[in-house]
Write a protein that binds this ligand. Structure first.
Ligand code: SF4
Ligand code: SF4
Ligand code: FES
Length: 282
C-alpha cells in the first residue's frame, strides 16, 4: 500500500505548527492507529489523549481535516486518498500540548447545573415512571463527554469572553434531561436564561451534526428548553398572575401597616423587592 502523510499539530500554550509524518499505510486502520505508530516511531513525545479506542470514553476528540471527530472512530480509508490527513487539537479549549487540550471549562459549567431534586415517593415508598419518560432521558445519557459539540459551537469557539456565561450544548442536554424528568421538582429555567446563556444559541445545529452518539441536541434539548424558558418568562397569563399576586401581597402588608396599633414590619413581612414600578415588565 502507498504511504500516508499525517500533518499533525505540535506545540503548546505558547504556540506551535504542523509537522508532517509520512507513514506506511496499513489496511483497516483508524486515525488513532496512525498517531500511535507515529508515537512508536518518529515522534515518541507526541501527546494525545485516548483511552478506550472504541468510541466510548470521549477522550480522543480532535479536528481531522477541519472537522471535530473521534480519532479512534475515523477510518483512514474514508479520508481523501493521496492527500495529507490534517490532525489538530480542538480549537475551543486551551492547548496543553500537541493534540491535548484543557477541557476543564466543561466541568466548571457542569458543576453549575443544579442536581436532580426528586419529589416525595409514592405512599408505598417507590417511584414510578412511564416508559416513554425513561426513553426520553436515555437519549441524553448516551453522551460520552467528548465535548466536540462544545468545540464546534460558534458562541464560544470564536468568543472566549462568552465562556463565563454560556453552558453550551453538552450542558443544555443535561438541563433538558433534568427539566423533562417527571420526578424532578426543580425549576432551572431562570438560571438557563440569566446565567447559562441559552438565548445565545441560535440553533445552527452544528453541535448535532458532530455528535458521535447522534443525540439530537438542538431538536430534542435546546429547542424544547427555549420553549420552556419563553413560557416561564413571557407567557401573558403567567405574567398577569405574578402581577396580581404581588399586588395582593402588597395590599395585605399595607393593610397591616395602616391598622391601629401597627408595628414596624419584621424582615419576613417586608416585600423583598419593589412591588410594581414603571419599568417592571417581568
Ligand atoms: S445549535 Fe446552538 S448550541 Fe448548537 S452549535 Fe449552534 S449555537 Fe451552539
Ligand atoms: S452531546 Fe454528543 S458531541 Fe456533545 S459531548 Fe455528548 S457525545 Fe459529545
Ligand atoms: S479512545 Fe475512547 S472515544 Fe476514542
Amino acid at each position: 500500500m502507498a504511504d500516508v502523510t499525517m500533518r499533525v499539530w505540535r506545540g503548546d500554550e505558547d504556540g506551535g505548527t504542523f509537522t508532517e509524518y509520512v507513514m506506511p499505510a496499513v489496511e483497516g486502520e483508524v486515525v488513532l492507529d496512525v498517531i500511535h505508530r507515529i508515537q512508536a516511531g518518529p515522534a515518541p513525545d507526541l501527546a494525545c489523549r485516548w483511552n478506550c479506542k472504541a468510541g466510548k470514553c470521549g477522550s480522543c476528540s480532535a479536528e481531522i481535516n477541519g472537522l471535530p471527530k473521534l480519532m479512534c472512530m475515523t477510518r483512514m480509508d474514508v479520508l481523501p486518498e493521496g492527500e495529507p490527513v490534517v490532525v489538530a487539537p480542538m480549537r475551543t479549549f486551551p492547548i496543553i500540548r500537541d493534540l491535548v487540550t484543557d477541557v476543564a471549562f466543561n466541568y466548571t459549567m457542569a458543576r453549575q447545573v443544579p442536581p436532580f431534586k426528586p419529589r416525595e415517593p409514592e405512599a408505598d415508598g417507590t417511584y414510578r415512571m412511564q416508559q416513554i419518560d425513561i426513553e426520553r432521558g436515555q437519549e441524553f445519557r448516551k453522551c460520552i463527554e467528548c465535548f466536540m459539540c462544545q468545540d464546534v459551537c460558534h458562541v464560544i469557539r470564536d468568543h472566549e469572553e462568552n465562556k463565563a456565561s454560556y453552558a453550551g450544548p453538552r450542558m443544555f442536554i443535561r438541563f433538558m434531561e433534568l427539566e423533562s424528568h417527571p420526578l424532578d421538582t426543580d425549576d432551572r429555567r431562570e438560571l438557563l436564561r440569566e446565567r447559562m446563556g441559552l438565548g445565545m444559541c441560535n440553533i445552527t445545529k452544528c453541535c448535532t451534526e458532530v455528535c458521535p452518539e447522534h443525540i439530537k441536541i438542538t431538536d430534542n434539548a435546546i429547542i424544547p428548553l427555549k420553549e420552556r424558558v419563553v413560557d416561564a418568562s413571557y407567557d401573558p397569563v403567567a405574567w398577569l398572575g405574578r402581577k396580581i399576586l404581588r399586588r395582593t401581597k402588597r395590599s395585605a402588608l399595607e393593610a397591616a401597616l395602616d391598622a391601629p396599633g401597627q408595628h414596624t414590619p419584621t424582615r419576613q413581612e417586608q416585600p423583598t423587592r419593589p412591588v410594581v414600578s414603571a419599568t417592571d415588565h417581568s
